[in-house]
Structures are given as structure tokens and as C-alpha cells.
Design a protein around this ligand. Sequence first.
Ligand code: S3P
Length: 427
Amino acid sequence: MNLSIPQITHLQGTRHVPGDKSISHRALMIGAIADGVSEISFCSRAADPMSTLSCIRQLGLKIEDLGKQIIIYGNGRHGLQMSSAPLDAGNSGTTIRLLSGILAGQRFSSVIVGDSSLSQRPMKRILDPLRLMGAHIHGTDINTAPIKVEPVDRLHAIRYALPMPSAQVKSSLLFAGLYADDTTSIIEKTQTRDHTERMLGLQTKNENGSFVVGVHPDVKIEGKRFFIPGDISAAAFLLSAGLIVPGSNLRLQNIGLNPTRRRILDILRTMGGNIQIDNERIIEGEPIGDLLVQYSELKSNLELHGAEVVDLIDEIPILSVTALFAEGSFRIHDARELRMKETDRISAIVNNLRLLGCEVEEYEDGFAFEGRKKYSGNILPSYGDHRIAMAFGIAGIRIHNVTIQDTECVDISFPGFWKELLASAKM
Ligand code: S3P
């Protein structure tokens, strides 16, 4: 469906965002291999975590979906059963990569498939280290999905330095480490999101400037209650809307504020964004709070690289759009990983900025442009990528005559996004 985006004069009131996508995937998977019953509250109902839910159902678990809660009756890490049909990860990189870590240690075989976008994404990053652990796991000739896993009795522990910053690879190997013969250690130069570590109770140590996390196969995983905080990566779209539409004043409730995810708040504040945190507290090991955002005159002069880019990896599309409305320049380097996402996000962002009349310089690991220029509306492709659709939808609330194509892809992470954006907006 194509959506012509209406102009908005101001946004007011309280908005809700879905449960954190990364934490929802992990709660479902950890519940599936836990001993005993887990109860997940505020699980994201977006298509990606629902792919994880349907995969773990296929692995023979009893699951009750009560609407507000999902109950999983775990039978321990060896309590999964072979699925007669391939497991379908849909569009979800987190599902296929994390689940591969769990399935690599099973005594039965599995096949995981994905949609056309997921089937083009790189899987060598998990296949290589899982094979080092002794897993019998294969992708296609070019190391893409479908992924086939053959049974093993036990995996071997490894000490592995991640060649690229990836929480998905780290988490896949930590899950596989639950099925190994000793402690598996993962070393990161730049720390990526640490939800798996927090949820499994693992400690990260700093060794000579690197982050090292180990998992012992005897770590206890007991069924428990999970409370999923609101997704800060989803909230970022509404924060941006609040900042760029004059007269706006919004409250976003119960947003996850994990230190490996909240960099977007620092950057938007550096740009002059008026964002306050209210009611900050810790729930189930994750910090959460309400975010209050008001329209602000933004200035950018941003030059992002290194660890900053890792922390902001899912927010680069919306940060780029926000910088369109800020005085000054926006430059990003070290963002090669963006080319491996649901679509090549560097190319998608650059193409869409150019379609709006913005002069952009593109390079291999990033791009640069000047904000606060004259832009003109256009028909913008979403490339079937939820974050591109939402980011440029936000551009459309300030630029006349923007139409976004294939808007339904927002369901991957934020079902109801368009309603939430336009609710009580004055147009
Ligand atoms: C995720 C990790 C990130 C992120 C993705 C979710 C996760 O991917 O882009 O949306 O839940 O672990 P990488 O780890 O591949 O960078």
C-alpha cells in the first residue's frame, strides 16, 4: 500500500510503542529452553518476534497466548523436538541467527528458511564460528539461508573474537555455548547490545580494552516472568516527530533505556533536542523510563563513527531524517554493517534523501549531507524495509507531498505505526 503522508502541525499526548524487539526474541527463546514455566508480559506482537514464536511452537513446546501474556512451558535445553516442516524466520535476522545457535546443539536436525530479503543476508558470520564449535551446520553455496543443521551430541567450547560488531552473532554463540563441553568466551572490540548477557545472568569483563563474556554450559535457566520494556528503536521515530514538528509535546511510556541502546537520546540532545527522562527504574535487570519530548530548534554538525555507530545501528535511518531539519552537517563513517540489513540501508537512505532534493555524498561506509535546505516532496520507495518506511514517513510530516510505497512493511517491528503517528495530530 502507498501512503500519502499528511502535514502535521503539532503532536500532543501519550504514545505507546511495542515491546522491545530484541528482548522479545530473547525472552521467547530463553523461555523455550528454560526449565519450567515462563510468562512474558508486553511481548512485541510485531512480525519479527512472531516469527520466533511460530518457530518455537514448531519445536514442540506447549505455548499459551493469553493476549497480555505469553506462557511458555519449557522442558529444559534438551526439551525441544524436531520440527517436521522447515522453521520459517520470515524477515527476521535475529530469529535465524539466534535460533541457529540453539539448534546447533540439538540431537535432531532442523532447517531454517527466510523470506527473499533474509535469504540474501550474510550467514557466514554465524556458520564459521558454529562450525568451529563442532556444529554440523550449512547454508547455501554462498552462505545464505536456508540453513540446515544436523544433530550433534555436544559442541566444543571456543574463545572467539567477533570479526564484526554484531549482537546477533554474539548471542548465537552464547546460546550455542549452553550446549558446549566447557566455557565459551566471546570477545568484542566494541560492545554491542547486551540483552542476552543480562537475561542469562552472564558477566562481561573488560580485558585490555576488549569486552569478554563467557558462558558455562551448566548455567541455570529457569522459567520466570519476563517484562518487556518499550522499544527505544521504535520510540526513536516518535521522538524525531516530536522534535521536528513545531508545537509538539509527547510522552512515550515505559521505554527501555539499556546503556547499549540509549545513545540515540544523547545524540538527539547534543543536537539541541529537548528530551527528558521521567520515572526511571530497573525492571527485570533492564532500566526503563518515560521519555518526554518537545519541539526543538535542532543543530547538527555531527560526525559519527566507531562505537557510536554500533550503538545507533538501528537508529541511523531516523537520525539521518532528523538531521534534514537541523542546521549544519551530518556525516557518518564506519557504518558498513548498514549495507547488510533488511536492505542496503546506506543506499536506501542516500537514494531517498536525493529524491527529496538533498545533495548527499555517499561512500562505502557511510554518507554525508547538509541539513535545513529546501526539500521537495516525492514518491519514496521503502525497499520493503520497516525502518526506511518509518524514517521517511517522518520526513513526510514536514515536507509537502511525500508518498511512501509499500508501507505495510512497518509491521516487521511496529504494527500500528501510522495510526500512532497520526493519532491526535493536528493536520
Ligand atoms: C539485533 C542486533 C542488531 C540489530 C538488529 C537486532 C539483536 O543486528 O541491527 O535489529 O536483536 O541482536 P546485528 O547484531 O547484526 O548488528
